[in-house]
Design a protein around this ligand. Structure first.
Ligand SMILES: Nc1nc2c(ncn2[C@@H]2O[C@H](COP(=O)(O)OP(=O)(O)O)[C@@H](O)[C@H]2O)c(=O)[nH]1
Ligand SMILES: [Mg+2]
Length: 394
């Protein structure tokens, strides 16, 4: 039991005892319940009122707010605190810092092979192959990358390991460049509609807040619709972020049909003349077909309203799950025809190499990368910047 509520109950109880004494004193001056004879009964009333006020005020002052069971609130407070504490460093430095774990977990493993001996030979090549297969880029991409690198090393007669590292860097950059295609939104006659999908916890809601902030900073007006109706906390979380970044907000009650929330969002976006509508969606496990059916329905409802809507179906992927993100992409893409990817939590992951596998296996633009929980911790994906930061040995 929490101290705060326990103390309130005790104080309320005592105040009612005094109130009772006041009533008794009014009716029967000689009652044995009057504790001290001669005390006017209004004194009891004063004490009762005083204790009542005390019950309301004192516990709030002496106990810190508890965040044990507050779901969304807990997440939000933690995120806000982290944002406050974050040192003010440049965007590039933050990006490099965000990728430092992946640098160690991916590039570090490759360079460890080369650093054993400066000269490239067959033994080293087979070690390189093995190491690549053990990274998060996925087997298919690992084989392809190895073959390309081996071919180049042999055809160019390269024996120096630092040159070999450059070749790997170039190959990775080539793969990533194909998926560099920033999301450019211009004000149009109808709202630009973005449906945000992904499994629970991948970072959808946070990404929506970051996107809204970015668009608003670019002079676009934004409205968000709380289409994840499975949990009340998810609706609250989005509402909080929307008001924080200055976006309009549309919601329905918990358990409502997500496609109807999307429809309401569309109506509101049109009525309020908003440039961008961003729709949050539920993300229970993608293996449950009903989730995909529901997402497809939302997509249909949007398309029925305007041809070509939704303009963008973003898939939010959590970099910490490594290779599983490749399988998630496959499943979501198969059902929904994903038009853009956001890779989040690169800052907390050494498995960010998966981005290379996703870029190689799917013809889907990587729109943004998330490098933290704060509102500015997301950047449009730029292959060169990404590769430079990834290979940076700090
Ligand atoms: N470190 C880090 N955490 C993130 C990032 N994006 C989201 N998160 C955190 O991941 C958790 C789940 O995010 P949320 O947006 O609620 O996921 P959703 O269930 O897909 O809507 C929250 O604690 C977020 O603060 C990121 O880029 N980096
Ligand atoms: Mg969410």
């Amino acid at each position: 039991m929490r101290y705060k509520s326990f103390l309130s109950y005790v104080l309320f109880f005592i105040s009612y005892v005094f109130f009772f004494l006041f009533i008794v004193g009014l009716q029967d001056k000689s009652s044995s319940l009057a504790l001290v004879s001669g005390i006017p009964s209004w004194i009891y009333l004063v004490i009762a009122v005083f204790l009542n006020i005390l019950a309301l005020v004192v516990p709030a002052r002496i106990s810190k707010p508890s965040i044990e069971d507050k779901g969304a609130e807990k997440l939000l407070e933690a995120a806000a605190k982290k944002e406050e504490k974050k040192p003010q460093i440049s965007l590039v430095a933050r990006f490099q810092q965000g990728l430092s774990k992946t640098h160690k977990g991916f590039i570090g493993k490759i360079s460890a092979v080369f650093s054993k001996s400066g000269v490239i030979d067959e033994k080293m090549l087979s070690e390189l192959e093995e190491v690549l297969l053990g990274t998060d880029i996925g087997i298919k991409t690992a084989y392809m990358l190895f073959e390309q690198v081996e071919k180049k090393l042999k055809s160019e007669g390269i024996v120096d390991s630092s040159q070999a590292m450059e070749i790997i860097k170039t190959e990775i950059a080539e793969i990533l460049k194909k998926r560099e295609n920033p999301l450019n939104i211009t004000k149009g006659e109808q709202p630009y509609v973005i449906m945000v999908t992904g499994v629970n916890g991948s970072g959808k809601t946070t990404t929506i807040a970051k996107l809204s902030r970015l668009f608003i900073n670019n002079g676009l007006s934004v409205i968000v619709a709380a289409g994840d109706t499975f949990r009340a906390a998810a609706i609250e979380q989005l509402e909080h972020w929307a008001s924080k970044v200055g976006a309009d907000f549309v919601k329905s009650q918990e358990g409502a049909d997500p496609s109807s929330v999307a429809f309401d969002g569309m109506q509101a976006a049109i009525a309020r003349n908003k440039d961008v509508l961003i729709i949050d969606t539920a993300g229970r496990l993608h293996t449950k077909t009903d989730l995909m059916e529901e997402l497809k329905k939302t997509k249909r409802v949007l398309a029925n309203k305007f041809n070509g809507s939704p303009n963008e179906i973003l898939l939010v992927l959590d970099a910490t799950i490594g290779q599983n993100a490749i399988e998630q992409t496959r499943q979501f893409h198969q059902d929904l025809n994903i038009t853009g990817i956001v890779l989040t939590k690169l800052d907390g992951s050494s498995k960010g190499g998966v981005i290379v596998g996703i870029a190689n296996e799917f013809d889907i633009p990587i729109r943004f990368v998330g490098i933290g929980e704060g509102m500015d911790d997301m950047q449009p994906f730029n292959a060169n910047e990404f590769v430079e930061a990834l290979f940076l040995d700090k």
